[in-house]
Design a protein around this ligand. Structure first.
Ligand SMILES: [Zn+2]
Length: 353
């Protein structure tokens, strides 16, 4: 996660620490007459949840009659086919906890609702998860909260899967790379991040040699852009129109692919402005740096240049200012010999690898 520049979660709860709270919640649901005990467990009566099916975008009637594309499997002793288990009585040898209704274990959907309401409280902002969890898992988490008379997540986000070029779950498509950890060992971890950003989060993310290579190249381009423009972008106010557009895209259900297109368009505009010695180069390049920072793409800026090299670049500028071109050429040759690319423009000299 560190390599991907992803922050660690504050809490990583274990369901086994919450079994008592789950038993309390199930008891409350029975008290409210929204759950009932059968011979194999305790079930939630989904008919008591007025808008059951909200996340699946299907009405209960459709689900019950099989009219939707999600079939609901019935079990003999449930009141309604769509009712789901809150507590399952254990068979001999299975892990079990005690409850007023008999030894057993909580249903999967009950674990999450108890933990999220306990840690985040009612009406928390955002509930995320893979597309495959929308129904029945998230629908059923939500149904329990509603049946308890509680407000659950204000927003839901369901992400698509990472797939290979054939649309299959990512596996052997990248030669020696079989999983994400491998990918991060073999390629610039930022490249994976950029590929994700180029796809809408709800869509499948296709990972192939071509788009990983393209991302590695794009990042090298962004790094050299950051190094080349560090003198003009530092301290400049990011172009307000570009930033406003960026926010507009991000506010539109995280339209990161349009935002990435805006990023590269801004790089092109900034380069053109630099070449034309136009002063808009400063705010445009500052906008590029700002967007990259918001995306969590840490660019390798000139600040990573060792101090002796930076001193030589500064000496080169001083020599040019003093019109001592022999000294300037000698310094340039030294820097080049040490493996640095030296670029000089109106703003001064920048060096990069
Ligand atoms: Zn969950």
């Amino acid at each position: 996660m560190g390599k991907l520049n992803v922050q660690r979660p504050t809490d990583v709860p274990h369901a086994t620490d919450y079994v008592e709270s789950m038993v309390d919640m199930i008891g409350e649901l029975i008290n409210r007459d929204n759950a009932y005990v059968t011979e194999d467990g305790v079930y939630l009566n989904v008919l008591n949840v007025p808008d059951y099916g909200l996340l699946a975008h299907q009405s209960l009637d459709d689900m019950l009659s099989g009219g939707g594309d999600r079939e609901v499997f019935g079990a003999g002793n449930k009141k309604n086919p769509a009712d789901f288990a809150l507590w399952k009585f254990s068979k001999p040898g299975e892990p079990a906890w005690s409850s007023p209704w008999g030894e057993g274990r909580p249903g999967w959907h009950s674990e999450c609702v108890v933990m999220s309401l306990d840690i985040l409280g009612e009406g928390f902002d955002l509930h995320c998860g893979g597309m495959d969890l929308k129904f029945p898992h998230h629908e059923n988490e939500r149904a329990q909260a509603i049946a308890l008379g509680k407000t659950f997540a204000n927003h839901w986000m369901h992400n698509g899967f990472v797939v290979d070029t054939e649309g299959e779950k990512m596996s052997k498509s990248l030669g020696n790379v079989a999983n994400l950890l491998d990918l991060l060992d073999h390629y610039d971890p930022r490249a994976y991040r950029l590929v994700l950003l180029q796809t809408h989060y709800r869509g499948p993310v296709r990972i192939g040699q071509d788009n990983i290579d393209a991302s590695v190249n794009a990042l090298a381009g962004l790094d050299s852009f950051a190094a080349r423009t560090s003198a003009v972008s530092q301290g400049a106010t990011p172009d307000s129109e570009v930033i406003a557009k960026f926010r507009e895209f991000m506010d539109n259900d995280l339209d990161t692919s349009s935002a990435v297109a805006l990023l590269f368009e801004t790089v092109r505009r900034s380069n053109a402005a630099l070449d034309a010695n136009d002063q808009s180069a400063a705010s445009l390049s500052a906008a590029v740096i700002e967007i990259c920072r918001a995306f969590g793409l840490d660019l390798k800026q000139a600040s990573e240049v060792p101090s002796d090299i930076a001193d030589k670049a500064a000496a080169l500028d001083a020599a040019r200012a003093a019109k001592d071109f022999t000294a300037a050429d000698a310094l340039r040759a030294e820097l080049t010999a040490a493996g640095w690319i030296v670029e000089t423009n109106k703003a001064g000299t920048t060096v990069r690898r």
